[in-house]
Design a protein. Structure first.
Length: 471
């Protein structure tokens, strides 16, 4: 079974790690639990392609406000953007600053084949990182090459190369990691080899390190659906009839002996294989008893959309809560994070997600709650080729322009498209204002709440979009 590799940002503003943090673009941008504010935290959300972790209960992400998009939407999104722009809000100056962009390219099957990250210094764009990916006829990833931009030589330098092999069942059987060395060639680093039984259950993982051109086995495990034994830890697993792990006991190997019970994990699932509960405990050798670690309680609607998640720790006092809202097409439109202060739930952060008429994700607004009101934090904006949507980014001031930006209660519009219509949308997709443009120059008076808006001008053939900030 091919590992599920959700992707959201495709941002790796650092060298690819030894865990091969490689991402495969799915059909929906808003597919992953993500976002804490700031680029560094965004990068930490990227998934690993190391192996199909079917032998391990995966701990839920804590207090995420964005959830994996269900694939049963009644509308089919195109979801192949050509770029994403990241903005950060400066609370001192009360304005948005453009910080970086990601440029994408996809093949005919919607697989990401190229990605480039550039940063912005308010005047010029600067190359930083880029990635090249290839796939087989079954859309399994075959290779990834990362490169870093060197300012001193004004050229790209190779970083990491990862190649994959798959069997006839689309199970990953080999994963090879190489680094670009001072000898200007790819050097072997380490590799994993996976073995499966007739039911496609992973039964063995071998890890090898390379020293002086010789492969050395440094990790070996066997999984017979009862236990996974490795060189440093071992797992004892219990499965339900749907092959979900419901109980897992983990031990460590120390001082030539297996230690007492160290950690156990219990989980339950619904009929859609979505996790309902998660509980981990650690073994205290001094008291010879289990101590609670962390607990997740999840609730889903009839469409299996996650609607609430409560996170508890140690003494089972409510710690964090995340709630999610969806539209009629099962697209997540809002996520709210809260923490428990001992008597009440207090807001901590929220995400608002916006889609176009084709369910393409076009914007995300992240905000936090410092004391008594929402404050802007970050925003992401996705743009698509004209062939996949009727909305294109307005980069030509000769077509139309709006000013001032930021605006207060007056907006000047200059538009060379005849008999066009202007619509102003807030970040939730609600139409805040409609104006028919009958002349080249127009002035619009309005009374709207402060925030991010999108100006769309439609001439009957194309729709031009521009971001507007109202203060």
């Amino acid at each position: 079974m091919k590992p599920h590799l959700p992707l959201f940002l495709l941002i790796l503003l650092c060298s690819v790690s030894t865990k091969a943090q490689v991402c495969q673009m799915q059909r929906n941008i808003f597919r992953t639990p993500i976002l804490e504010t700031g680029p560094a935290k965004l990068m930490a959300t990227l998934p690993s392609i190391k192996n199909p972790e079917r032998y391990e209960i995966k701990k839920p992400e804590r207090n995420t406000m964005r959830q994996p998009e269900k694939t049963h939407s009644s509308r089919s999104a195109l979801m192949t953007p050509d770029s994403m722009y990241y903005w950060h809000y400066d609370t001192a100056q009360h304005r948005w600053w453009l910080q970086y962009k990601v440029i994408y390219d996809f093949d005919a099957n919607g697989n990401l084949i190229f990605e480039q990250i550039q940063t912005f210094d308010n005047i010029f764009w600067h190359n930083r990182y880029q990635y090249f990916l290839t796939y087989d006829e079954n859309n399994n990833m075959l290779s990834l090459i990362s490169q870093t931009w060197m300012d001193t030589s004004a050229s790209w330098r190779n970083g990491v190369k990862i190649t994959y092999q798959w069997n006839e069942n689309n199970d990953m059987i080999d994963e090879l990691h190489q680094n670009w060395g001072g000898n200007l060639q790819w050097n072997m680093d380490y590799r994993y080899h996976y073995t499966y039984d007739l039911d496609n259950n992973m039964v063995q993982i071998n890890g090898y390190g390379n020293a002086a051109g010789v492969w050395h086995l440094y990790y070996n495990s066997n999984n017979d659906c009862d236990s996974l034994i490795g060189t440093r830890m071992r797992y004892y697993n219990t499965f339900d009839s749907n092959h979900n792990i419901t109980y897992q006991l983990i031990q460590w190997y120390e001082n030539s002996n297996w230690t007492d019970y160290q950690l156990d994990v219990t989980a339950s699932y619904n009929s859609n294989h979505d996790m309902l509960t998660y509980l981990d405990r650690s073994w205290e050798t001094s008291s010879h008893s289990w101590t609670n670690g962390s607990q997740f309680l999840r609730t889903y609607d009839l469409n299996f959309n996650l609607t609430e998640e409560i996170y508890n720790q140690l003494y089972w006092d409510d710690h964090d809560r995340s709630t999610y809202q969806y539209d009629v097409y099962n697209k997540q439109v809002h996520g709210l994070g809260e923490y428990w202060n001992g008597g009440n739930w207090v807001p901590s952060g929220q995400d608002t997600l916006v889609y176009d008429a084709w369910d393409n994700g076009i914007a995300i607004l992240a905000q936090y709650w410092p004391q008594n009101g929402w404050v802007n934090s970050d925003s992401l904006h996705y743009y698509y080729p004209p062939a996949t949507t009727d909305v294109v980014e307005n980069t030509d001031a000769s077509v139309f322009s709006v000013y001032p930006n930021p605006a207060h209660n007056i907006l000047n519009v200059e538009c060379r498209m005849q008999n066009s219509e202007l619509r102003l949308y807030d970040v939730t997709g609600r139409i805040a204002l409609v104006k028919q443009l009958n002349s080249q120059f127009s002035t619009i008076n309005f009374q709207l709440s402060a925030g991010i808006y999108f100006v769309k001008v439609n001439d009957g053939e194309k729709v031009y979009m521009q971001k507007l900030v109202i203060e």
